[in-house]
Ligand binder design. Structure first.
Ligand code: ADP
Length: 425
């Protein structure tokens, strides 16, 4: 099946693309974000100073009915394909036709590197790294810290290694941006025997936050040096408090389950409630994990959907309750992070809900009216970049995130660092 797909896409992968560092020829970079049931990718032309998007897309439905779609930068569909239902079409089996499709769309360009989103860098990795066997072995050790994400990230790295052994691969970590948070923000109030073994707050969504602070620096450089809270509100949702562009605290912690209420994840939860559920409902650890990650959040409270669009369009009171709680938790956590920052200069909304759901942004701003946040209603409805009034004590922005662009930029930087430097005259 996959060979037929590869033929359709213009031939098998050649494994001949090792032009790293040669910026005189047109090159291309690939980014991969591999999750449990999807692989998101983006292909960039790699120039001497910048990366230009060529195509982006995804394979969804891995393990069931895998569906491939690729789009041009303007959103038009370049190609789509659906495989027959098959559990055998795992990450490795699907990366082969994906690389073949990409090869057939590269033209004169050579694929020189792949940048991967890797959810956990632990205490060791605080910036993107070239992946080799030693790095991979370290990343494997972190699987227990992110069992639902890390294995899929690493599966994609291993699949590319076996399909294109000479291709440079770079790992970019969601935890890295938070690596230098003040130690008090990383500490958990548990016996030292546990915290010493790595049970601490790490924080996630760091690739998105790094991209967003870069965008804010371009829009408002002075504000970006101040006290900023970023709200990444997608299926996963978190807040990050930044001072001078650095993370000083964030709502996700040891895992990506903590903090805000999310699409299907509970967010912050009284640990006593979990103990009660385990004892009273005889919930096993895997059953509890499934419930907290996949059946809670907007989906659990509404009993209808994890999709904010569906909930906003619904007149079912349970949808209203789910939205009310989602907003309440954001407002409450912004209050807490504002205290950690000692005030607030700018608030940034981003990701699916943050970029597109005007009523949610409006409700959050209304919840923050007590300290002078004022949303400009028409600008908010038009999803303008600046949505606060001139009177507002805090400037409020809507900025689209682009994790793929950040991964591509990091991958290019690692390549430059690896390139031999010209000898000094
Ligand atoms: P992921 O974390 O999977 O990358 P996204 O950033 O794409 O998620 O965000 C997905 C969320 O964004 C979903 O809850 C979806 O309903 C919401 N969303 C997307 N577009 C809109 C919209 N126009 N209005 C309201 N919510 C939206």
């Amino acid at each position: 099946m996959r060979h037929r797909r590869a033929d359709r896409a213009g031939g098998e992968a050649t494994g001949s693309s090792d032009h790293r560092g040669d910026l005189t020829m047109p090159n291309a970079l690939l980014t991969i974000n591999a999750g449990s049931s999807s692989i998101k990718f983006a292909l960039f032309e790699h120039g001497a100073t910048a990366q230009r998007l060529i195509a982006r897309g995804s394979i969804e439905g891995i393990g069931e009915v895998p569906r491939f779609i690729a789009r041009a930068p303007d959103g038009t569909t370049l190609d789509r394909y659906q495989w027959k239902p098959s559990a055998a079409m795992d990450h490795e089996a699907l990366l082969e036709p994906l690389l073949a499709w990409l090869t057939s769309h590269l033209g004169e360009k050579a694929l020189v590197a792949v940048g991967h989103r890797v959810v956990h860098g632990g205490r060791v990795f605080h910036r993107p790294v070239r992946v080799d066997q030693a790095v991979l072995a370290e990343l494997e050790k972190l699987v227990p810290l992110a069992p639902l994400h890390q294995p899929h990230n690493l599966a994609a790295i291993k699949a590319v290694s076996s399909l294109r052994p000479h291709l440079l691969q770079v790992a970019c970590f969601d935890t890295a941006f938070h690596h230098d948070m003040p130690s008090v923000a990383t500490r958990m109030a548990l016996p030292r025997v546990y915290t010493a073994s790595g049970v601490r707050r790490y924080g996630f969504h760091g690739i998105s936050y790094e991209y967003l602070i870069g965008q804010l620096r371009k829009l408002a450089p002075t504000l970006a040096k101040g006290r900023v809270i970023m709200a990444h509100l997608g299926n996963g949702a978190s807040l990050c408090a930044m001072r001078d562009g650095r993370s000083i605290d964030t709502t996700m912690g040891f895992t990506a389950l903590d903090g805000l209420m999310m699409g299907t994840r509970c967010g912050q939860l009284d640990p006593g409630a979990l103990l009660y559920l385990q004892q009273t409902y005889r919930l096993s650890a895997p059953a509890a994990e499934h419930m907290l990650y996949h059946e809670s959040g907007l989906l659990g409270v509404s009993g209808i959907s994890n999709d904010m669009r569906t909930l906003l369009a619904s007149d079912d009171p349970r949808a209203g309750e789910a939205i009310e709680l989602f907003v309440y938790r954001i407002v409450k956590e912004i209050g807490a992070l504002t205290s950690a920052l000692g005030g607030l200069d700018a608030l940034v909304f981003s990701a699916g809900i943050g970029e597109h759901a005007a009523p949610i942004r409006q409700a959050v701003c209304e919840g923050l009216a007590w300290f002078g946040v004022e949303c400009k209603v028409d600008a908010n409805h038009r999803h303008e970049t600046l949505i606060s009034t001139s009177r507002s004590a805090v400037r409020v922005f809507v900025i689209a995130t682009d994790e793929e662009a950040m991964i591509a930029a990091h991958t290019a930087r690692v390549m430059r660092d690896l390139s031999p430097q010209p000898a000094a005259a």
